[in-house]
Ligand binder design. Structure first.
Ligand SMILES: *Cc1c(COP(=O)(O)O)cnc(C)c1O
Length: 464
């Protein structure tokens, strides 16, 4: 499988990739409720591929050598700033994804407000990427609890968590897990009062909330138009429907962005100045995002948001119609999240998977129950009726099956023994994940993390 002595014909290597792809979840067609964002627009993939091909070998390392990429990035930043309440002073950067945008927001804040022990305040529902940023950047994390009813933090609790070493207060619009918009105006005001930056993580919903508002959905102020918000991020590879690898980080002004940059000119090679984490960067994903944005256009995004909202309402109604299921929160963006007090939610996820619906189980957290997360995209709209019927059947099957019983193997058993007991073989994960999910759900987060790291390390082995 590795490097053949003589090169293989193009068609053969493509066939190898296609054969591998057959094991993947379906990226298109509205049956996968996480990871992918499918607008269901004919021709869009072909356009993105052509645009990617035009710029794949362009290097974002040096905008003076490749001014095309600088021009394209400036257009993407301009489009995001227009959508997200930017003003004449707004600046931004194109990054490789939401995690990179958040890491850079934290870096800019850390380096912009020198403290020997910098701290980041983030609601419990803030994306895990904030924890990653804090870890990579040596910033301590102050997690503010959220109400189990509203899934939002109290502004007073956020304000109380701000201390002399706080360099950034973060919030979500909306949160990934539940699709709930934090009280941005109150949080930003509390941060501003203390002279601290406030980042709004709109990675998930930044490209839909403004359109949902135009459609009449009640969307509270969340963007740069809110006083005190100093930066905001939006992933173009989510609801802007660009292929993977593109996000935008906006700052209120250039002074706030300045400490995000890294420059080094004290070595014998080229003087380096990087706005983002990567130095060499492919123009491919960025050109693809440009093509997708300009091809869909403002009215196109409005129509896609309308279709998505229709699907959200349909899915929420389908959940509420099933005895024993309940919404964790009334949907206010493009997430439907539900749980059950009477049946095993992990068994339900398996029953849905057996019917061809790939959902995202979420573990219990504090007072929040384990749940099923659905990221809703336009391609789901024509399937809502079908999903509703299958959800009813799956719930009946899960109820009849009852909860899983865990195999008698301790969590600290050697990994091969644990994997064998859980049915994880050389072929990968078992069809039914409820046992594994129940075990991980019961484990303390640190044990969960260690298991996941060992498991991934076990998977990532050279192939010859
Ligand atoms: C997806 C997401 C991120 C992380 O983005 P990646 O592109 O996966 O790195 C951060 N915040 C929110 C709210 C997200 O939905």
């Amino acid at each position: 499988m590795s490097l053949p002595r003589d090169g293989l014909p193009a068609e053969q290597v493509l066939e190898e990739i296609r054969a591998l792809r057959a094991a993947d979840r379906p990226t298109h067609g509205g049956r996968l409720f996480a990871y992918v964002y499918d607008p269901g627009l004919p021709g869009l993939d072909a356009l993105a591929q052509s645009a990617h091909e035009e710029s794949a070998h362009v290097n974002g390392l040096d905008p003076t050598a490749f001014p095309s990429l600088l021009a394209i990035e400036n257009v993407l930043v301009g489009a995001a700033a227009t959508l997200l309440g930017g003003g004449p002073e707004t600046v931004g950067s194109v990054t490789g994804g939401g995690t990179e945008s958040l890491m850079l927001a934290v870096k800019a804040a850390r380096d912009g407000a020198p403290s020997r022990q910098p701290r980041l305040v983030v609601p419990a529902t803030g994306h895990a990427a904030f924890a990653k940023a804090a870890h990579y950047l040596g910033v301590a994390l102050d997690v503010v609890p959220v109400s189990p009813q509203t899934l939002r933090p109290a502004v007073a609790d956020v304000a109380a968590a701000i201390g002399p070493d706080t360099v950034l207060v973060a919030c979500s619009a909306p949160s990934y897990a539940h699709g709930v918009v934090d009280p941005v105006a109150g949080i930003a005001a509390a941060a501003a009062e203390r002279g601290v930056r406030c980042h709004v993580d709109a990675c998930f919903g930044g490209w839909t909330l403004p359109y949902l508002r135009r459609l009449g959905v009640d969307v509270p102020p969340f963007d740069l138009s809110v006083p005190g918000v100093t930066s905001i991020s939006v992933d173009l590879h989510k609801y802007a429907y660009a292929p993977k690898g593109v996000s935008v980080l906006l700052h209120r002004d250039a002074d706030l962005r300045r400490p995000q940059y890294f420059a080094y000119a004290d070595w014998p090679g080229y003087p380096m100045v990087n706005p983002v984490i990567s130095s060499t960067r492919s123009g491919g994903p960025i050109a693809a995002a440009y093509a997708v944005l300009r091809h869909i256009g403002d009215e196109g995004y409005l129509a896609l948001a309308a279709r998505t909202w229709e699907a959200v309402r349909g899915l929420a109604a389908a959940v509420s119609a099933v005895d024993g299921l309940r919404l964790v929160a009334p949907p206010e963006s493009t997430v439907v999240c539900f749980t059950s007090d009477v049946l095993d939610i992990f068994v339900l996820a398996d029953e849905l998977a057996a019917r061809g619906w790939h959902t995202q189980p979420q573990f219990a957290y504090g007072e929040l129950p384990a749940s099923i997360h659905l990221t809703v995209t336009p391609s789901v709209a024509p399937r809502v009726g079908e999903f509703g019927a299958d959800l009813r059947d799956a719930a009946a099957a899960a109820r009849a099956a009852g909860p899983v019983s865990l195999p008698p193997v301790p969590l600290d058993a050697p990994l091969p023994a644990l994997l064998a007991a859980l049915g994880v073989g050389p072929g990968g994960l078992p069809e039914r994940m409820a046992t594994i999910n129940t075990l991980l759900n019961a484990a303390p987060p640190a044990v969960r993390e260690a298991l996941l790291v060992d498991f991934l390390g076990h998977l990532q082995r050279p192939a010859y």
